[in-house]
Design a protein around this ligand. Structure first.
Ligand code: R5P
Length: 280
């Protein structure tokens, strides 16, 4: 068995290799001058674990080529670990005529795979789009581990992230709460935390994704205004579109932390241990 490290995820593949004691395969991945992708697996395989994101677009084609090369080099079993399942958000037809990218992506991936592992996908039911063995890995425990002993409470920036905050607080052994949004007018939304005095407390604001950073920056700004101590901003998937990180730091954040599902300078926690549990 060998791990195939796609170019989106060299660190996660390395960490997974260490967790499982499975070596990384010798693979050549290049781009032609017109940016088309070239893939070659330089050794025979019986079983392969491919680690590669479906974000951004260029990584999708690379994943398909890695799967194709693995089949051609003899892999009888292929497990595909997709740290960040890009195109997962459009998971149903909202308006007639729309493509369902989440479903289409699943159908393309499963052509050359026996098993797929998605880390904190947009919705859990996305796994139903696959007809092969499809599992969800929760990267949150790895993130929560990083904050043991560092914070007094975990704050969810909205109700949607409350369950995650509750689970993280259980691991860190601290309090938790969430922001409530009240619409004041057509354009004004009030965000507040009820029943918690944040003054002087060290807080972890935890969300599944940081995209533009708007949600996180707003939450940090309010907590800072209310006199919180150190404020950490953490997410599973750090997309950090444009200057998202600057926006969050400027709002008063002490440190940004994400996992290695999307590798960045903020990837201080690895989901490898959690992924490994689903591969043994
Ligand atoms: C929303 O459903 C997600 O949980 C995140 O809160 C959202 O994707 C964050 O986006 P942004 O960083 O652009 O505010």
């Amino acid at each position: 068995m060998k791990i195939i490290a796609g170019s989106s995820s060299p660190t996660l593949a390395k960490n997974l290799s260490a967790e499982l004691g499975v070596p990384i395969a010798d693979v050549t991945i290049k781009r032609f001058p017109d940016s088309e992708c070239y893939v070659r697996i330089n050794e025979r395989l019986d079983e392969a674990i491919i680690v590669q994101n479906t974000y951004p677009d260029s990584n999708i084609i690379e994943l398909f080529l890695l799967q194709d090369a693995a089949v051609k080099m003899g892999a009888k079993k292929i497990s595909v670990v997709i740290p960040y399942y890009g195109y997962g958000r459009q998971d149903r037809v909202f308006e007639e005529g729309e493509a369902v990218s989440s479903e289409k992506m699943a159908h393309l991936i499963e052509q050359d795979a026996n098993k797929v592992i998605l880390i904190n996908p947009h919705k859990a039911y996305i796994t139903n789009f696959f007809s092969i063995d499809a599992k969800i890995c929760d990267g949150m425990p790895s993130l929560a581990d990083y904050f043991r002993g560092k914070v007094d409470a975990v704050i969810a920036p909205d109700k949607g992230a409350l369950e995650m905050a509750k689970k993280a607080a259980g691991i860190i052994k601290c309090d938790y709460n969430h922001f409530e949004k009240t619409r004041i007018s057509g354009s004004e939304v009030k965000m507040e935390i009820k029943d918690m005095d944040v003054k002087g407390k060290n807080l972890l604001v935890l969300d599944d994704i940081i995209s533009t950073g708007g949600t996180m920056a707003k939450a940090v700004e309010i907590l800072k205004q209310q006199g919180a101590g150190e404020i950490y901003a953490a997410c599973i998937h750090g997309l950090f579109i444009k200057n998202a990180d600057e926006r969050i730091m400027h709002a008063g954040c002490s440190q940004i932390v994400s996992t290695d599902t999307i590798e960045s300078p903020y990837s201080h926690a690895s989901v490898a241990k959690e992924v490994a549990k689903l591969l043994v």
